[in-house]
Ligand binder design. Structure first.
Ligand code: PMM
Length: 288
């Protein structure tokens, strides 16, 4: 199990709860759009057992348009401040250095950059100066055109090859290697089949030695998998939680550092089940 300096280390995969302070995220857009309901939601997720709470103000669903900087700051910073003040470990989900900077000043403990430092390279300096961990996600372009970029020779090899220069850039900017978390970026410039391939071969990514975060929760490939057999209609996002939890179990057994999820209690149970089972499997292997 990989650990990250300065973050909780409960000897199992961590659970990161999601608070999208957006009007348009695919799974919970608009639900926590005002600061006080976003704060309440973040505190509720922490009380339910989330190890980290991820606060974001930009929807990255395919086709989404970016909010202006001032709007993203207005959405995110007050929520980060209040949730962190309550003693919760908070990550800020942003691609902008200014948002990262202000969120860190407001008490955030890590930065989750879905662009892996590509959208605004100065974010790497901000993270290095603050000496906090960063999530570098595999990313090929903004959401308004990313699905045109979903072309790979071998998705797992290509993701790892494209993450390496992001890791190198983070280290060159002064971020300690032990503070780097990687994420294959399910659904970002990836088809549903690509997502399944990444999940089937997750161990190859975990074997890189870097802590791995994965966000499968409620994503469209699950809605498609669970489509109504009669009408073909996709399963709604909030009815994808059982499938998301099933994936949490397999990903935790594969050794991911953390899962990013919308619904916390079942996923906390799942990572605990996986930790116990993983421990038992290694005892059996060692013949104890
Ligand atoms: N996906 C979304 C948002 N943030 N962060 C990381 N590190 N990895 C992801 O795959 C990721 C992310 C989009 O999902 P949402 O709209 O449910 O937040």
């Amino acid at each position: 199990m990989a650990y990250v300096d300065g973050l909780p280390q409960p000897n199992r995969s961590l659970v990161m709860g999601v608070v999208n302070v957006t009007p348009d995220s695919f799974s919970d857009g608009g639900l926590w759009f005002d600061a006080s309901s976003a704060v309440d939601h973040g505190l509720r997720l922490a009380a339910q057992g989330a190890d980290l709470v991820d606060v974001g103000g930009e929807s990255t669903r395919p086709g989404a348009k970016r909010p202006p900087l001032e709007e993203e700051l207005r959405r995110v910073v007050p929520v980060v401040r209040e949730v962190a003040a309550a003693g919760v470990t908070v990550s800020v989900d942003t691609m902008r250095s200014e948002v990262a900077q202000q969120a860190l000043e407001a008490g955030a403990h890590l930065v989750n950059d879905v662009s892996g430092g590509l959208a605004d390279p100065d974010i790497l300096r901000v993270v290095a100066d603050a000496d906090v961990p960063i999530v570098l996600m595999h990313w090929r372009g903004h959401s308004d055109h990313m699905q045109e970029l979903a072309v790979y020779d071998d998705v797992v090899t290509d993701v790892m090859t494209e993450l390496q220069p992001r890791i190198d850039a983070a280290i060159s900017a002064g971020i300690a290697e032990q503070r780097i978390i990687i994420d294959p970026g399910l659904g970002f410039a990836k088809t549903w089949d690509h997502n399944w391939t990444v999940l089937a071969r997750l161990v190859e990514i975990v074997n890189s030695g870097f802590p791995v975060l994965v966000a499968a929760s409620r994503k469209t490939f699950l809605g498609e998998l669970l489509a109504d057999p009669h009408t073909g209609e996709r399963r709604e996002p909030h009815q994808r939680d059982a499938a998301s939890t099933a994936l949490t179990t397999t990903m935790a057994l594969d050794g991911v550092w953390a899962v990013r999820v919308h619904e916390v209690p079942a996923n906390v149970d799942a990572v605990r089940v996986a930790a116990r089972l993983g421990w038992e499997r290694s005892s059996v292997r060692e013949g104890t």
